[in-house]
Design a protein around this ligand. Structure first.
Ligand code: GLN
Length: 306
């Protein structure tokens, strides 16, 4: 039996000296003002036990982690085959907001987790429901079993004010016919999903269905088929941490998704989910201490998917 409390305690102590080494995202004021010394971590086991350390109950901006939920929704709406006609499944090897590949590859984003891919996911959701942002929020609330999860309106507004690159990308996708809804609507929904505020416990809970073959462990609700859950996990492993995905797989060895708010959600099928929050980022936009914390977690517990 792993003593998770002890493991988390040791990790917290070991990462504390490196918290100041990362660089907090500063493209919008609300993210720039988050103290770099925050650190939280939560483990949620398949049996329903939750273990935490540090600031695991403090809300933060989940940013690109939200792409896991939109991928799940898009997959349930149109299925894998149709989805993969509009978004690829290869690591991009480029920064999450890069435009370069999109032109070479005729408006088909490399994968669902780079921004271009995420914009296509939003477009699919918009084509299937009346209020896409509300649908995403309800989905997250259900997955995390927390009705209080919400968007941070200030973050959503700043995303819009500074989102020139995302706007360029959306227009580019539209010119290739890979967005079916108005660019404005796609961007507005995307900015809202990025602005979801959650804590480490919410985050760990929200991805438990991916650790349980697509079934929400506490409600018994089938969110995805077994095969779809497996596919999302492989996309997380190969594309979930951008152009540092090789480093992440090598050091952590788990399917996971990061966001520039400093959060990372990861999981071990049939065992647990684990989330971490440390706002200082490495140059690839992944949490620096968060990646180290997850590396220490798999090393100390001896758990891995390999
Ligand atoms: N809001 C950010 C963007 O679209 C999210 C990026 C991220 O978390 N990687 O640029």
């Amino acid at each position: 039996m792993v003593d998770y409390n002890q493991v988390l305690k040791e990790i917290h102590e070991e990462v504390t000296p490196v918290l100041s080494q990362g660089r907090v995202a500063d493209y919008i004021p609300k993210l720039a003002s988050v103290p770099a010394d925050k650190f939280g971590m939560a483990v949620h086991t398949l049996d329903g036990d939750i273990y935490t350390t540090g600031d695991a109950r403090e809300n933060f901006s989940i940013q690109s982690i939200s792409k896991v939920y939109t991928l799940t929704l898009a997959m349930t709406y149109i299925g894998e085959e149709k989805l993969l006609a509009r978004v690829g499944r290869e690591p991009s090897g480029t920064p999450f907001n890069s435009l370069v590949q999109l032109e070479y590859e005729n408006g088909i984003p490399r994968n669902p987790f780079i921004n271009a891919g995420a914009l296509v996911l939003v477009d699919i959701i918009l084509s299937h429901c009346r209020d896409a942002a509300d649908t995403i929020r309800s989905f997250v609330r259900e997955r995390a079993d927390n009705p209080n999860i919400d968007f941070d309106p200030e973050v959503a507004a700043s995303e819009k004010d500074t989102g020139f690159r995302n706007a360029a990308m959306a227009n580019f996708l539209k010119s290739y016919g890979n967005l079916h809804n108005p660019v404005e609507a796609v961007l507005d929904t995307y900015y809202h999903q990025c602005a979801l505020r959650m804590n480490c416990i919410d985050l760990a809970k929200s991805v438990m269905f991916l650790a349980n073959h697509g079934v929400s462990p506490w409600s018994g609700k089938q969110i995805l088929t077994r095969s779809q859950a497996k596919r999302i996990n492989s996309l997380l492993l190969t594309c979930g941490t951008y152009d540092a995905v090789g480093d992440f797989a090598y050091r952590v060895g788990l399917p996971g998704k990061s966001g520039v708010g400093g959060g990372i959600a990861a999981l071990i099928p049939e065992k647990l989910s684990v989330s971490v929050w440390a706002p200082g980022l490495n140059p690839n936009g992944n949490s620096l201490a968060g990646t180290l914390a997850l590396e220490l977690f798999t090393t100390k517990t001896g758990m891995s998917i390999f």
